[in-house]
Design a protein around this ligand. Structure first.
Ligand code: SF4
Length: 72
């Protein structure tokens, strides 16, 4: 299973990723940036999301306008 890496410092808070995976991402109340639910608070967060296949994960990452989401 591929890992999702979220670079929170790049995020502009457009919420596209939250719309695509609302049980994985949320918008953090403190700074209005995307946040991976249930992962430690960090500038760079990592997590896995079993409900999307690798192609869907790649498509989601491509929709982030600032390339803050990396799939590895
Ligand atoms: S799609 Fe990118 S810029 Fe938009 S909220 Fe998600 S991480 Fe932030």
């Amino acid at each position: 299973m591929k890992k999702i890496i979220l670079h929170r410092d790049k995020c502009i808070g457009c919420s596209i990723c939250v719309d695509l995976a609302p049980d994985f991402f949320t918008m953090h109340v403190s700074d209005g940036k995307a946040f991976i639910i249930n992962e430690p608070d960090a500038t760079i967060q990592k997590g896995t999301y079993p409900f999307m296949d690798d192609m869907a994960l790649a498509e989601m990452a491509q929709k982030c306008p600032v390339n803050a989401i990396v799939i590895k």
